[in-house]
Ligand binder design. Sequence first.
Ligand SMILES: Cc1cc2nc3c(=O)[nH]c(=O)nc-3n(C[C@H](O)[C@H](O)[C@H](O)COP(=O)(O)OP(=O)(O)OC[C@H]3O[C@@H](n4cnc5c(N)ncnc54)[C@H](O)[C@@H]3O)c2cc1C
Length: 381
Amino acid sequence: MNFDLTDDQKMLRDTAAAFAKKESPVARKRKMMASEAGFDRDVWRQMGELGWLGILFPEAVGGYGGTMVDAALVLEQFAATLVPEPYLASAVLAGTAVLAAGDAEQQRRWLEPLCAGDSVVALAWAERDGRFDPTAVTTVAERAGGDWTLAGQKVWVLAGHAADVLIVSARCPDGIALFSVDRGADGLTVRPVQTMDGNRAAMVRLDGVRVADDRRLGDPGEAAERALATALDWAAAGACAEGVGVCQAVLDMTVDYLKTREQFGVKIGAFQALQHRAVDMFIETELCRSHAIEAAIRCSDGSDPDVRAGAVSAAKVQLATGGKFVSQQGIQLHGGIAITEEHDIGLYFKRMHVLNTLFGDEEHHVARFAALPSFVEGIEA
Ligand SMILES: Cc1cc2nc3c(=O)[nH]c(=O)nc-3n(C[C@H](O)[C@H](O)[C@H](O)COP(=O)(O)OP(=O)(O)OC[C@H]3O[C@@H](n4cnc5c(N)ncnc54)[C@H](O)[C@@H]3O)c2cc1C
């Protein structure tokens, strides 16, 4: 497998890194955390103009026709300074669901404004008792004349608080389907909530929300389930890419601190015990990176869905162990200052915690990996 970046990918990575560093340093994240929306619509539009929001989508809808590796490069750079715009939630998770489930007209209708940065789209897939299973859907869609009415509840809808359009999974008579619901639709209640990392999500209620038939994306049943599985795998791969950005930032900050902080008359980085810890952090970061790259490649290279799922779950489990280790050691090695609100290291720790929970935690992904045919056959052989 070739992990080398093309010249275009290097340019994309460097531009995203420069943008994050200059336009959106961690101080901006703190400012946005205190704001109502948690991010800035103007910056979202700017990201659209730069082509970043359309990376995963075809040129026909205003996208750039790129791959998950391209999007992963951007996500990793954004994570390094905790860029607060809902890139993962909207330009990866929700957008991919529309791409995978919708027909050409539906893709154009909802992806064009997303690519341009004119709209935020959110995917409402999770339910209270569903854990990480996208097929555990109790929200129902019933026929009402030529239309549909939707009823049910969705939880932790990432970027749902600001979404212009919600893509909602619901159970029809012929299986699960995805529907698009506009913000402000009658019967739709969106309650904003804050996640642990200072980002925003929403708890959503649908009380007989009426939607037209052309608001149902593609075919119900197997096709919709496949679309949801694709979107969640791509988003999980994106979370792993962000995790790499967080690990690298924590490692850089910590090594810097070890080189400057003096105790007992010397820089604390002079102690071999602490150097060993920094090396362990570096190794875990590189392991997360390798797994995240493979997951991103497997999302876009036409791999069998089981191969893709295996790579994504492996990357998620590596992040859950390695990413947790790196972020915990970052706190430990900074000593007492790390547990103050004012120090940035805690923000990275919290982001890592959220990334490790999104789209399946460690337990979920270990179980999913162990149930894959390739793994089971390997044991039985
Ligand atoms: C809210 C708060 C409450 C506190 N309350 C108390 C209290 O009640 N009583 C009290 O005594 N202290 C208290 N402290 C201080 C706390 O014990 C120190 O912050 C802690 O000992 C870490 O020291 P430091 O922050 O100076 O870290 P640093 O000295 O900067 O050390 C950074 C890291 O390097 C490690 N390290 C440093 N030198 C070595 C070495 N030679 N070998 C291996 N590892 C090394 C440290 O363990 C730490 O993980 C408190 C601190 C805070 C923030």
